[in-house]
Every structure is written in structure tokens, then in C-alpha cells.
Write a protein that binds this ligand. Structure first.
Ligand code: AHG
Ligand code: MN
Ligand code: MN
Length: 350
């Protein structure tokens, strides 16, 4: 008889027993993130049927049209997490300023920065979209949390993860003790452990980048991507290009198969497009916990000290050897990369 896979709640309790630092409130908070994910998932899978598609007419702080599902996801997360009594403050991609916990709620010890719906442009095409979350300890000591509680380096995160909505909805999280993936079983209404202890391959054969921005890239990024495309079997090239346009989907595929995702700086966006607090830092924690790495081309993402809620950064994330090679090209120190591959007989079979 096949053993019933652990539910997320059971897994969280198991982690709590194994790692006493992860306190009960923490488990409670992550369980409510799962509840928010189920709530959003229900609307995502019905999006084509009910009037939840399309734009609200509003624009967010980035001047991006807010889609109804963005707003629904943001409100669901705020409503569900706000009532846990565990939070001091929240911050979201859709809100210019921090979001205080609902009036009347006790002020808790944690902070959640989140991207309620990542990949919004893909909503109407039924392509995978996601939610990204980051949990930090509050640092202010009294009253409601403030923006200072949200603006912390990614290395201070207590937990991070994402939900990917699609043909099968998954929740992937880390509390600093490995990366664990859960697949939603609608008939049970439960997230079941399907990918325990995810490890990213040291090197992959996939690169994910929007090549439409090629003309705006720095010389180093152009040289790196051109190099990946060269036909040199002995050094495992060319690599394959895969780009969904939903960060969560591109990240998740590379996490399982190996590879590198890049959203580099370019002349149009000198700091890149992706945001530190609720996109890059949480995914960087997941990547590192799975044996991968994440940088801005020079610095480790988790060491960046954000100074504003919606601060952007160039973003490279994925297999450590791929990220390293990309950094060497970006830093104009790539001279030995091909020879090193030849020396190490790097032949990454498909
Ligand atoms: P969001 O929908 O939360 O604004 O995120 C969209 C991001 C990310 O999901 C994706 O990697 C990137 O935008 C795609 O940007 P381009 O369309 O410029 O490639
Ligand atoms: Mn996003
Ligand atoms: Mn978003």
C-alpha cells in the first residue's frame, strides 16, 4: 500500500520538532499562506469562467495595469495573513507603502513581503502564474511594524517560497532547512509533499532570458548569451532557451532541471526589472537552500541591503556553475571559461 504523502501541515510540524527555532507561530503563519494559496488557486482555475479576467482600470506603483486577479490575490493574502495575529506589517508589489495589520488585530513578531501574483501578463493566456512570499523577523520593538521591518537584507529571511498555479498547483518553501515542494490535491484540498529536499543540478543546459532586450544589454551579458549559443559539443553548447515570462515558472523549471535565469540590467532599466524584497530575495533563499546561487552579476542577492520597498536589481539565479560563468562574462573575466569547460569535459547531456 503506498504511504500517504505528508500534508504541508504535517511537514511543518515535523520541521518544528526537528528544528526548535521554528516556533509554533511560524508554522501557523505558513499554514495560512497555504490557505491563501488555495483561495487564489480556486480563482485562477476559474479565471476563464468568471468575470475575474481583465483589468481593474487601476495602475500600481510601477505604472502597471492592475489585473483583477492581482487585486484578488493581494486582498486574499492580506485578509488571511492579517488575521493570524502573527504579523507586525506587510508589504506587497501592489501597494506603494507598507500595509499595517488590520485594526483590532494583535501585532505579531513577523513581517511578510509578497508578490501576490507574479506573471500577471500571462493570466489571460492560461500560462503558469504564481505568488512569491518572504518572511522576516520584525526589528522594531513596539507598536505597529514600519517600513524598517520590511527593508532587511535577504539573508535575514526566516522563510521564503512561492506558489505556482497551473495544471498542477505547487507550493515550494524553505525555512533554512532545505527546499520542499508540495503538490495541491484538489479532491483533498491539501498540499501533499511531492518533492522533498529539492536540489538544483550544479550545472544545466537551459538559459532563461528575454532576448527581446538584447539590443539594450551590456556587452558582458551579450557576450555570455552569444557564448551559450555557440555550437561546441565538447563544452556542452549550445544551451537551450526557455522563457515563459512568469518568473515563478522559469525559476521552478530551472530549479528542477538545472539552468540559469537572467533578468539583467539594460539601458532601458539600469536596475533591471525585478524587485528585491518580494521577487529576488525570496527566490534567492530558495535557490541557495537547494544548492544554487543568486547574484546581481557581482554581489550575492541575499547580501543586498534594500533602501526602498520596490527597489529593483539585476537578477541571475539558478545552477551555481551557470551563475558563476554568467558573472565572469558580466565582469569581463570570462577568458578562461571555455578552456575550463574543456578541461572538465563538461558535457551536459540533455
Ligand atoms: P509581475 O507580474 O509580478 O509584475 O512579474 C512579472 C515579471 C516576472 O514574472 C517575469 O520574469 C518578468 O516580469 C517578465 O518580464 P518581461 O516580460 O519584460 O520579460
Ligand atoms: Mn512578479
Ligand atoms: Mn506581481
Amino acid at each position: 500500500m503506498t504511504r500517504q504523502a505528508l500534508t504541508l501541515s504535517q511537514h511543518l510540524l515535523q520541521m518544528e520538532r526537528e528544528h526548535p527555532r521554528a516556533k509554533g507561530e511560524f508554522t501557523d503563519l505558513l499554514s495560512h499562506i497555504a490557505l491563501a494559496a488555495k483561495t487564489i488557486n480556486r480563482e485562477v482555475v476559474r479565471a476563464g469562467l468568471v468575470d475575474i479576467l481583465g483589468y481593474t482600470g487601476a495602475e500600481n506603483v510601477h505604472g502597471e495595469k492592475v489585473q483583477k486577479l492581482d487585486q484578488f490575490a493581494r486582498d486574499a493574502i492580506y485578509r488571511i495573513l492579517g488575521q493570524t495575529g502573527q504579523l507586525a506589517v506587510l508589504a506587497s508589489e501592489e501597494d506603494e507603502d507598507v500595509i499595517p495589520v488590520p485594526p483590532g488585530q494583535p501585532v505579531g513578531r513577523y513581517v511578510v513581503n509578497f508578490d501576490p501574483l507574479d506573471g500577471s501578463s500571462n493570466i489571460n493566456a492560461n500560462v503558469n502564474i504564481g505568488t512569491i512570499f518572504s518572511i522576516l523577523p520584525r526589528i522594531t520593538t513596539e507598536g505597529s511594524g514600519t517600513v524598517r521591518d520590511c527593508l532587511q537584507a535577504g539573508r535575514r529571511q526566516l522563510a521564503a517560497g512561492y506558489v505556482m498555479y497551473g495544471s498542477s498547483t505547487m507550493l515550494v518553501y524553505t525555512t533554512g532547512h532545505g527546499v520542499h515542494g508540495f503538490t495541491f490535491e484538489p479532491s483533498l484540498g491539501e498540499f501533499l509533499l511531492s518533492h522533498p529536499d529539492i536540489r538544483i543540478p550544479a550545472r544545466g543546459r537551459i538559459y532563461s532570458v528575454n532576448e527581446g532586450n538584447y539590443a539594450h544589454w551590456t556587452e558582458g551579458v551579450k557576450r555570455y548569451v552569444d557564448w551559450l549559443k555557440m555550437d561546441d559539443r565538447e563544452t556542452g553548447r549550445p544551451h537551450s532557451s526557455r522563457y515563459v515570462g512568469s518568473l515563478v515558472a522559469d525559476f521552478h523549471r530551472n530549479l528542477l532541471y538545472g539552468g540559469v535565469f537572467l533578468y539583467p540590467a539594460d539601458r532601458k532599466s539600469p536596475q533591471g526589472k525585478l524587485r528585491v524584497l518580494y521577487e529576488c530575495a525570496p527566490l534567492a533563499m530558495v535557490a541557495e537552500q537547494a544548492g544554487g546561487s543568486a547574484s546581481d552579476g557581482v554581489r550575492r542577492i541575499l547580501d543586498l541591503e534594500p533602501t526602498s520597498l520596490h527597489e529593483k536589481t539585476p537578477f541571475l539565479v539558478g545552477s551555481p556553475q551557470d551563475v558563476r560563468e554568467a558573472e565572469l562574462f558580466i565582469q569581463e573575466r570570462h577568458q578562461a571559461v571555455t578552456a575550463d569547460r574543456r578541461l572538465n569535459h563538461v558535457r551536459v547531456d540533455l
